[in-house]
Write a protein that binds this ligand. Structure first.
Ligand code: CP3
Length: 341
């Protein structure tokens, strides 16, 4: 019934299903309008009525095949009791976690109560979404979450957080283990509330050294995938380990994830040659091409389709939509993809 979900059942449709990472957000005037009504970004994430409205906004404009629930990966540290805020123009700010005291500082006690609005958003959205559209739930992967939690803010290299991880590998690994459990429980609750597929964002996976890749990226991810498949066999699960290059092969075989979202630097030809043919591929279009539009965008769309060589895939970007993206370019992109054969 849903072109998106059919892909995972081996049912191929005429053209690839399409959605965009960060498809709800600041490039849409109607999002900015709703955003103005909330004091902080987290207030919007925790307001089921408004979060459901924002989730559905991109689908009202464009014939996309999936809606991704409007929330944020940093809802997890927040629901565990860490102070999180989003300041205009500077990104997230967290009260930095010290590795030594993470067990005292974080508490699961009120997690489900704190995160309840997310599950209510899912209920509301699902009741308003056509069954031909898939509803995507998500979480941040433990590594990416831990980097933000320790660093206290976004960073180019997360040197402070990584420094603490190397100095205290045992405790850092324990934190990742703890987060693997929390992420699993949060995702299970999302599925119970109505999402039909999941995406795990490991935006900073590329900052993990190869020597620790198994311990800090694949092992926590494998635990999450395994917990979810135990609870919900055959649930489509897409990983987005950004920037890991050829480690993607190991990521896929070790985690048993059912799909991967490719960043802009992974050649699709490499992915089709080196990753299992049963794996669902997604992504890869440079978000800047969606800003540029015109012939360069068109050429890039055709090139992705050609490189996929008839293999079922999901059309998406290699990272999130940029705020300066003209909505008309998004519309053109969806139209072109819907015409692909
Ligand atoms: O439409 C969707 O994709 C659903 C909602 C969504 C948001 N964040 C909303 C958001 C999703 C899936 C995320 C994931 C997320 N959040 C990631 C992983 C994916 C990625 O983009 O790498 C990360 C690393 C975060 C943490 C985060 N949230 C940062 C670093 C920022 C600041 C940067 C920015 O774009 O402003 C946010 C804020 C945020 N999350 C916004 C939105 C729409 C913008 C805040 C605003 O509207 O004021």
């Amino acid at each position: 019934m849903s072109q998106f979900l059919d892909i995972f059942k081996g049912i191929k449709s005429c053209c690839p299903p399409i959605w965009f990472m960060r498809q709800a957000g600041r490039y849409l005037p109607e999002y900015l309008e709703v955003r103005k009504r909330c004091k902080g970004f987290l207030d919007l994430c925790y307001n089921p009525e408004l979060a459901a409205e924002v989730t559905l906004q991109p689908l009202k404009r464009f014939p996309l095949d999936a809606a991704i629930i409007f929330s944020d990966i940093l809802v997890i540290p927040h629901a565990l009791g860490q102070k999180v805020s989003f300041e205009e123009g500077t990104g997230p700010k967290l009260d930095p976690l010290s590795l030594d005291s993470f067990e005292e500082r974080l508490t699961f006690k009120n997690f489900f109560k704190n995160a309840a609005p997310v599950y209510q958003t899912i209920h509301l959205t699902k009741s308003r979404l056509s069954p031909s559209k898939a509803l995507i739930g998500f979480a941040g992967a433990p590594w990416t979450l831990a980097l933000y939690m320790i660093e206290g803010e976004g960073s180019r290299d997360f040197a402070k957080a990584k420094g603490q991880a190397f100095e205290n590998e045992k405790v850092f690994t324990a934190l990742l283990d703890y987060l693997s459990e929390v992420v699993s429980l949060h995702l299970i609750e999302q599925v119970k509330a109505g999402v039909q597929t999941l995406q795990l964002f490991d935006t900073w996976a590329g900052l993990c050294p190869a020597t620790h890749f198994e311990k800090w990226i694949t092992s926590p991810t494998r635990k999450i995938v395994s917990n979810l498949s135990e609870a919900f066999p055959n649930l489509p699960f897409i990983g987005f380990p950004k920037g890991i290059g050829t480690n993607l092969g190991e990521y896929v075989t070790q985690t048993k994830i059912s799909g991967v979202s490719l960043d802009i630097s992974t050649p699709i030809s490499w992915a089709t040659e080196n990753l299992p043919s049963s794996l669902i591929l997604e992504g890869n279009l440079d978000p800047v091409l969606l800003v540029a539009g015109g012939e360069s965008l068109k050429k890039a769309i055709f090139s992705i389709h050609e490189e996929m060589q008839g293999r079922p895939y999901i059309f998406n970007l290699g990272h999130g939509i940029l705020p300066q993206t003209p909505p008309s370019h998004v519309e053109t992109c969806v139209q072109i993809v819907k015409g692909l054969r």
